[in-house]
Design a protein around this ligand. Structure first.
Ligand SMILES: CC(C)(COP(=O)(O)OP(=O)(O)OC[C@H]1O[C@@H](n2cnc3c(N)ncnc32)[C@H](O)[C@@H]1OP(=O)(O)O)[C@@H](O)C(=O)NCCC(=O)NCCS
Length: 159
């Protein structure tokens, strides 16, 4: 049976498929100074330890996605991105809730992520979904102007 979660604005969330790599690379590039190549997304999509969740409309046009890595009892949010025209509609929050729900069926008991201290939208999203800052990594992210931003390491229990 296919996994399916409800999302706002007529969208739903389902597992990513091999053919999604190009669209994931496009959406990811809208959100990050350094994009990841399509081939990297194809590798993630083919690897059961790195599940991908896509938010899409009934025609399966992708509005956003979350990519995680599961290792023993820990899960890491590798990235999450929402297409600019879909942002602010709680698609990001719905993606995280789908991830938490799905991970209840996995051995993972705790989830971690890293986020630039500059990224207020993402930090607010993570806090609203139960993540708390556990440490900081200074000078972790390279910025377009050559300076470096601190990364916050956040975590949340998976219940
Ligand atoms: C971060 C991102 C995934 C959020 O997705 P989204 O679907 O727009 O977020 P939601 O609509 O679900 O918002 C969830 C929360 O974040 C807040 N938020 C979203 N965009 C925001 C913004 N631009 N500024 C401030 N807060 C914002 C919302 O207010 C909401 O908080 P609330 O529940 O307290 O009201 C999206 O902005 C994005 O793709 N950014 C570029 C990629 C990125 O930075 N990813 C995270 C890297 S670690």
């Amino acid at each position: 049976m296919m996994k399916l979660w409800m999302a706002p604005a007529g969208l739903h969330i389902e597992p990513g498929q091999m053919g999604d790599a190009r669209e994931l690379a496009r959406i990811h590039a809208t959100g990050f100074y350094r994009g990841w190549p399509e081939a990297e997304f194809a590798d993630f999509l083919g690897d059961p330890s790195t599940p991908v969740y896509v938010a899409c409309d009934p025609k399966r046009r992708i509005a956003g996605f979350a990519l995680i890595r599961i290792a023993a009892d820990e899960a890491e949010l590798l990235t999450i991105a929402v297409d600019p025209k879909w942002r602010g509609k709680r698609v990001g929050a719905a993606l995280l809730r789908a991830v938490f729900d799905d991970l209840l069926m996995s051995p993972a008991r705790r989830m971690f992520l890293e986020v630039s201290e500059d990224n207020q939208a993402a930090i607010r999203l993570y806090k609203s979904q139960g993540f708390a800052t556990i440490s900081q990594r200074k000078g972790y992210y390279a910025k377009p102007d050559g300076s470096a931003a601190t990364a916050l390491v956040m975590s949340r229990d998976l219940g």
